[in-house]
Design a protein around this ligand. Structure first.
Ligand code: TXA
Ligand code: MG
Length: 328
């Protein structure tokens, strides 16, 4: 069992940064979901991430950095449009995939010649990254802090529930309350002439097109012709992912005693257990994963979800839901 730290002061963050430096794991909040962090230059610490998550070791990890300046440590080349995206949306829920530097080892990139990097928009995450940088740390590798294939945690309690049995008492979990966005970052492949979305998130196609002035291709919904699965490995793009124990059913009439998640303006059918009634698409994203967890806490067999329609963040929500509906 790990140590659970609430009220994270500068002292606590310095201790956590030292723990990373010593090769231990530190789970921390970000604005999207909680991450399970390790020193991104420490092969054995990173190996423990894979062990604790139960994740195949050829899946690449995102490197988290404190500020745009530190990007040059991790990459060897960057197109103009990616600089514009980083300037506009960092700190924020966006991961850029770029040509890697020598510092980005195979144990981070899964052997690919690209690396995923982001600056998270969360004060604890930035405090931890800043403290780690002061100790000479180059970046923190962090996947979502859940067991492989399961629902990402959006609270420190959910991290404990997912990984408590796998972490040791020298590992830390930092409690920063509920993640503000609630779904994982938008992943943008910036290794080609045009940006390509590999995983939709809160930074939307419209936002990327506006800032870059370029047409964005989307490999997530209807695959564009140039998308080849073998090109790039995004474990979040596996079909069965983000799955609770309960069966997830989309846009169908809920049966009695099942769970139900829908926007506030949709009524709860008789005999059905309402797990969330968000008032906006943003709130839908923020509460979705904890509502799925709540369904499992109540040992429900099935959870029915009325998906939000439209563009923007709704695309990311439907992307995750279509995968969780595929089950485990
Ligand atoms: O919001 C997020 O991105 C959260 C927080 C903790 O930052 N992290 C996260 O990490 O979702 P993870 O490992 O659960 O998902 C990251 C995805 C994986 O599917 C991985 O395959 C993909 O990013 N990825 C990382 N590096 C990549 C690369 N070089 N090329 C293609 N995909 C990459
Ligand atoms: Mg994940």
């Amino acid at each position: 069992m790990s140590q659970f730290l609430s009220n994270c002061s500068a002292d606590v963050l310095a201790t956590a940064a030292q723990a990373l430096q010593d090769g231990r794991l530190v789970a921390f909040p970000t604005e999207t979901v909680y991450g399970l962090g390790a020193d991104a230059t420490n092969a054995s610490a990173v190996a423990r991430i894979y062990e604790v998550k139960g994740r195949p070791s050829d899946h690449p990890l995102i490197v988290h950095i404190a500020e745009l300046k530190h990007l040059e440590l991790w990459i060897s080349d960057i197109p103009e449009y990616a600089i514009a995206l980083a300037r506009n949306f960092w700190p924020g829920p966006m991961t850029l995939i770029l040509k890697r530097s020598d510092l980005a080892n195979d144990f981070i990139t899964g052997g690919q010649d690209s690396v995923g990097v982001r600056v998270p928009d969360n004060s604890l995450a930035l405090g931890l990254l800043g403290a780690f940088h002061k100790l000479g740390g180059a970046g923190i590798a962090a996947p979502s802090a859940n067991r492989f294939g399961q629902v990402s945690p959006t609270t420190a309690e959910a991290v404990q529930e997912e990984l408590g049995n796998y972490l040791t008492d020298t590992d830390l979990v930092l409690d920063g309350g509920q993640s503000a966005v609630g779904v994982e970052s938008t992943i943008i492949d910036c290794t080609r002439a045009l940006p390509r979305i590999l995983r939709p998130g809160a930074i939307t196609i419209e936002m990327i097109e506006e800032v870059s002035g370029l047409k964005v291709s989307d490999s997530t919904g209807q695959k564009s012709e140039d998308f080849k699965e073998e090109d790039i490995r995004v474990s979040g793009s596996l079909e069965n992912h983000y799955a609770p124990k309960a069966k997830v059913l989309l846009d169908q009439q809920p049966v009695i005693s099942s769970g139900f998640i829908a926007l506030d303006n949709i009524e709860t059918p008789d005999g059905v257990i309402r797990l969330a009634a968000p008032k906006s698409v943003e709130e839908f994203a923020r509460v979705l994963y904890s509502a799925l967890r709540e369904g499992d806490h109540q040992s429900l067999d099935s959870i029915y979800i009325a998906q939000p329609t439209g563009d923007g963040l709704a695309i990311a929500i439907r992307d995750r839901l279509s995968r969780s509906a595929k089950g485990r």
